[in-house]
Design a protein around this ligand. Sequence first.
Ligand code: BES
Ligand code: ZN
Length: 613
Amino acid sequence: MAVRLALLLALLTAGCQTTDVETPSAHAMDTHSHARPDQVRITHLDLDLELDFPRHIVRGQVRHQLERRDRRAPLRLDTDGLTIESITDQDGRELAHEFSSDAVLGRPLTIHLHDQTSHVSIRYQTAPEASALQWLLPEQTSGGKQPFLFTQGQAILTRSWIPLQDSPAVRATWTAKVSAPAGMQPVMSAMERRADGDGRFAFAMAQPVPSYLIALACGDLARAEISHRCAVWAEPATLDLAARELADTEAMVAACEQLFGPYRWGRYDVLILPPSFPFGGMENPCMTFATPTILAGDRSLVALIAHELAHSWSGNLVTNATWRDFWLNEGFTVFLENRIMEHVFGQPRAAMEINLGMRDLQKDLASLPPGDQVLHLDLTGRNPDDGMTEIAYQKGAAFLRRLEQVYGRDRFDAFLRGWFDQHAFTSVTTEVFLQFLEAQLLAGDPERARQVDIARWVRQPGLPDDAPVPPAELFAAVDAERQAWLAGKPAAELQTGGWVTQQWLRFLSGLEQLTVAQLQELDAAFALTRSGNSEILCAWLAIGLRNGYAAVDRRTELFLVTVGRRKFLVPLYEALMASSGGKERALAVYRRARPRYHAVAVRTLDQMLGFRP
Ligand code: BES
Ligand code: ZN
């Protein structure tokens, strides 16, 4: 095993050598950043920003504190679409600089430093179409009166609102002063928040974080306490619903602490955004940003909160050093998420959620090219977003579950806890993890080590046969009812009493080609077109569209012009394209909805629909 692992490590590093043979360290391998933190590294930044809602511009200043490792080297920063007004050192002296350009990276900026330069201040403003920023019109909010702004940094979008070293290998502490229009509340991914009066707010993050975790939102926001360290933020109209839905948040934090070590970020708050938010959730430190589509009314979709919370360990505390190592963030997080769910809601629910996740993985495996089915994925020259598939999430988690199965839960939990403790506040590569795994788990028990083909899991496409999938007993009854219905039992007579959301999703996931009469029968029995549960609704609408069930058309269109969550948009537009109206029908809705989508959703859908603006 040890020999195999050494060979594997050699193979892993072979593809990653840069011309700089002296420094084959983690940062030198981040092909998605122009920065050279091995030469000059940002250790702290101070932001002073003003939010211009009418013009859709953020303007102000960032002051970078530098650690100069190579005194002759310039400071290389990532930027995208920024207008730079001035660049000065700590004494106010102008610094010479130049830009280059790159299709994926944006507009890299090189700043020439003086011998004594310790700080660099940049005055700048963002472009109205900055990819990290989504500016919402009042009608895109539930209050309907104030506009709204939020940022989304991951993966390489922060450079479109802050000029910095936009690599997850570079960690810095930061502060920010933000001026917001009267009546609007800015919030940030910060450990401290203070209102200074006159619409000015101050924030501070005392722990070093990667650039993609600096986040800001601003709108008509209110706050409700959940526990001494957890609160929910939302627009006033959504606040009560959100606070009830997220009442188990404190129990989740406590569960994760018990399993994997202390929560090191002070507060854990959740911000519920307007529905155009392109993701389910984003693990911004101290404040998860989340879609309102998880507010089902029955707490059935809170695994998403468990997921974003778990990133406080896997991702925010121990961070993927490059986007190639994204599975270290997401695979670990899906594993932790599920352990939290099991702890708080019990094994049967956790088992159902694993099963649904593995089904999503099977879909991706059926469509992704083999090269994209490996955990350690080379994304050089590509948008890191391309690596955001179920491979990193579900295959990554399945790999950890396999290790857990072979080594036993107690040993594996202790191993994970050690991983987080010993790598806290650092950025790590796949190689670092594999070395730690070898030293802490495999080497001590070669007998068991032989039962996990590490190279196969990490380097090969497909899913190894030994991927554990716990039996979900609550699905057996669902499958039986579905079978009975397909064989002719009336829908109204199916035994669905007490079914939870995950069971409905299982029921629907087994339905493909149906007649309109069958769809009408299900709808009459279960009112699916009127479901207030976004996951159930989305699954149902897609089935309806594919099978020409016109009763879902209006609901689908309404959904597509209000909700911007990419995970829902993709299957719904796919289903529209597969429907009788075909691509024209999909494009007709898309043209209307597109101005309300976030740049990351637009990128995906433009590609999918062959749309050229
Ligand atoms: N960090 C991700 C979101 C992300 C990944 C944004 C890559 C940009 C680039 C977040 O933790 C996440 O995975 N969200 C999921 C939900 C989760 C329950 C699987 C989502 O948004 O669907
Ligand atoms: Zn995640």
